[in-house]
Design a protein. Structure first.
Lengths: 214, 218
């Protein structure tokens, strides 16, 4: 399995039937391919029940997700306006949101909407990390230049403070806890020391550490 | 023309230089495209636009930026529109970013006779730098104050409209449209279908006609 699908598949293991979940663009969006039946997907532009990408006559303007992809609604879907959509988010009705990350800090701070000086805007990212019951960051462990993305303190503009619960990367799974970052799973063939070398904060290695499948 | 149905020319005459215009739609979907064309045909300039995003370059709402009709934009995201990003970098447009859920609430407040809302969204981020922080006396909880937004003109896309201005929506075409329908001095609707009075169905109406001033004739 390639790196991106490996991350998406592992992140999707946090979902259970009956959950309503929001997925960001990129790797997070691929989680829907691996979710157990009964999970429903929320999109910021006002919908619960996002299904597979639409083709042919089912591809209509009235059903498109926050990435502008037309989809087929699943049975039991409902539509609502943007204010309702974020009321659902802030009030804790979403079991999980999966987002990309530029930096995650030891204390659970997340920076994922811009690099310093970026000019795109935060979209709904700051809302999604405020209230969602489980904030899951799905990202590669290091930046393309090899620099750590799991850091002591974020240097990039924050999306939210103390908001991340789980970090899923291609090499490991890490939980943010009041005691610090706990290393829960390491990719088959790697050691905890090899993960530690690629992150800034000191990791707490779980007593029940597991092997992550390739 | 019956009720609130208005001709294209009558709607074009409503636009003036320097107005603030709120527009429904997100990522090119659910946008009142016929009303965007009315703005372009009116020849007005120096608009302030309030919308969830700025669409794509020279598509749907993005056409306003392509024609350089906008001085200021209040939005949550411009990353899809290469022209707006370039204009911002060149200092040719003023952009105020608001988290998407807070932007929706600000418009909702504007349409509901409220001054604003308290939210934790954006606490501890750059958003905080331009907001009043409110601490609740009893609990000590801190929130950001997001103040109400209103506009001179609100542009709304609906699936159906009747002559009284009652509107119905479909799926994600709805997005910010029902909010924007409430928060302007003049609300104008671009509906896919014009229906007779009572044809939409009482329980199917998403925006009561009381909020709507004009519906673009077919």
């Amino acid at each position: 399995m390639d790196i991106r699908n490996r991350i998406a598949k592992r992140a999707a293991e946090y979902f259970k039937a009956g959950d309503v979940v929001n997925l960001g663009v990129g790797i997070p969006g691929m989680c829907s391919d691996y979710a157990v039946p009964g999970v429903m997907f929320h999109t910021e532009n006002g919908f619960i029940g996002v299904g597979p990408a639409a083709t042919g006559l089912q591809k209509v303007e009235s059903f498109s997700n926050a990435s502008s992809t037309e989809f087929v609604p699943v049975s039991g879907s409902c539509a609502f306006d943007s204010a309702e959509s974020f009321a659902i988010v802030r009030s804790g009705r979403l079991a999980a949101t999966v987002l990309g990350g530029l930096q995650v800090a030891e204390n659970g701070d997340l920076a994922n909407w811009t690099r310093p000086g970026g000019k795109f805007g935060m979209g709904g990212a700051m809302d999604l990390v405020n209230g969602t019951r489980n904030v899951i960051v799905a990202m590669e462990l290091c930046a393309k230049n090899g620099s750590p993305k799991i850091v002591k303190e974020c240097s990039y503009p924050l999306t939210g403070k103390h908001c991340v619960n789980h970090i899923v990367t291609e090499q490991c799974v890490i939980d943010v806890t009041p005691q610090g970052l706990v290393l829960l799973e390491v990719l088959e063939g790697l050691s905890p020391a090899e993960i530690q070398r690629q992150v800034e904060p000191l990791l707490i290695v779980s007593n029940s550490i597991k092997t992550m499948e390739r | 023309m019956p009720g609130k149905i208005r001709s294209r020319d009558e709607i074009i005459a409503q636009f003036k230089d320097g107005q603030t215009v709120m527009c429904g739609g997100m990522h090119n979907h659910g946008t009142p495209n016929n009303l965007i064309q009315c703005i372009i045909d009116s020849g007005v300039k120096h608009l302030t636009v309030i919308s969830i995003d700025s669409a794509d370059a020279n598509l749907t709402l993005g056409r306003l930026y392509h024609h350089r009709l906008v001085d200021k934009l209040i939005t949550s995201y411009i990353g899809r529109n290469t022209e707006v990003v370039a204009m911002l970098e060149a200092g040719e447009i003023d952009v105020e970013f608001v988290p998407q859920g807070s932007l929706a609430e600000r418009v909702r407040c504007g349409g509901a006779g409220l001054g604003g809302v308290l939210t934790k969204t954006g606490l501890g981020t750059v958003v905080e730098e331009t907001r009043q922080i409110v601490e609740i006396n009893d609990s000590g909880e801190k929130y950001l104050l997001e103040t109400a937004l209103r506009a001179d003109i609100g542009l709304v896309r609906a699936r159906m409209a009747d002559p009284l201005g009652n509107l119905a929506y479909r799926g994600t075409l709805r997005n910010s449209n029902p909010l924007i329908a409430t928060a302007s001095d003049l609300t104008i609707v671009d509906a896919d279908m014009l229906m007779d009075v009572d044809e939409i169905g009482i329980d199917r109406i998403g925006t009561p006609g009381v909020y709507v001033d004009m519906v673009l004739a077919k």
